[in-house]
Design a protein around this ligand. Sequence first.
Ligand code: ZN
Ligand code: ZN
Length: 270
Amino acid sequence: MISTDLHTHTLHSHGSSSVFDMFMAGQAKGLKIHGFSEHSPRPLGYNFTNEYREHLTKSFPTYVKEVQEIAKTDACQVLLGMELDWIENEVPFMEKCAQSYPFDYLIAGIHFIDTWGFDDRQEDWDKLSEPEKFHFYTAYYKTMIHMAKSNLFNILAHPDLIKIFSVDSFHAWLPHNKPLVKEALMAVKEANMCMEVSSAGLRKPCAEIYPCRSIMEIAKEINIPISFASDGHCVNTIGFNFEALATYAKEYGYSESVYFVKKEMHHVSF
Ligand SMILES: [Zn+2]
Ligand SMILES: [Zn+2]
C-alpha cells in the first residue's frame, strides 16, 4: 500500500482546499508521509488562461507558515515542498525561489516551452500539425535535460505531461525517440533526483498515468528511484487512485519509493 503522497496543492495557488483540509484528507487516506508542494511564484510573461500569479505570490508565505505549523503533528510526517516551474530563461528567478524557505524538497514542474504553457489548453494543440507536435515533444525532453543539469531539484514531476492533449501523437513519436527520453531520465538520475509516478494523468484528457508504460520500462532499465504523486488540488484527489499506481509500479519491479527530508533521500516500501 502506498502511504506517501509528495505532490499536493492547496488554495494558496489554484487548488480549492486549505492546508488543514488537505492534511485531514490525507489522514483519511492513511498517508504516513504527506508532502505539500505548492506551486512556486512565477515570473511575469509566463501566463495561464486562468491566471493566479498575484494571489499565489501574496499567499505563499502563509502557505509555508501553515505547513510548518501542521508539521508539528505526531500523526504523520509532514514535508514542506514546492513545485517549482522550470523556466529555461529564468534561472536567477528560480534560484531565488528555491532558496526562499527551508524546503524539504523541490519538484521540477515543466509546464512551459519558451513562454507557452503547453498544459493549459486543448485548443493550442488542436491547431498543431503532427510534425509541430513532434517538435514540441523533442523540445520537452531537451528541456528536461537542462532542468536536471541545473541541480536545483529533487523530483521530476509528471514525466510525460507533454502528452496531455495529444496522447495518440505522443505514442506515435515515442517509439522513435526512446534514446532521447532515456538520456533525459539518465540526467535526472545523475542529479540524484527521483522520477514521479502520478495518478493525475488519469484525470486528464490523456487518461493515462504519468509516465506511460514505455517510459516506465526505461525507468526500470536505468533503475531510477520513484516517488508517488496525486497532484491533488482538492480533498477529493489527494492519494487519488494509489491502488492503481502501486500495481503499476510493481509491474516494473519497484517495491519502494523515495521521499526527501531537508533534501536528503529516504526509502520506504509499498
Ligand atoms: Zn505540475
Ligand atoms: Zn502539481
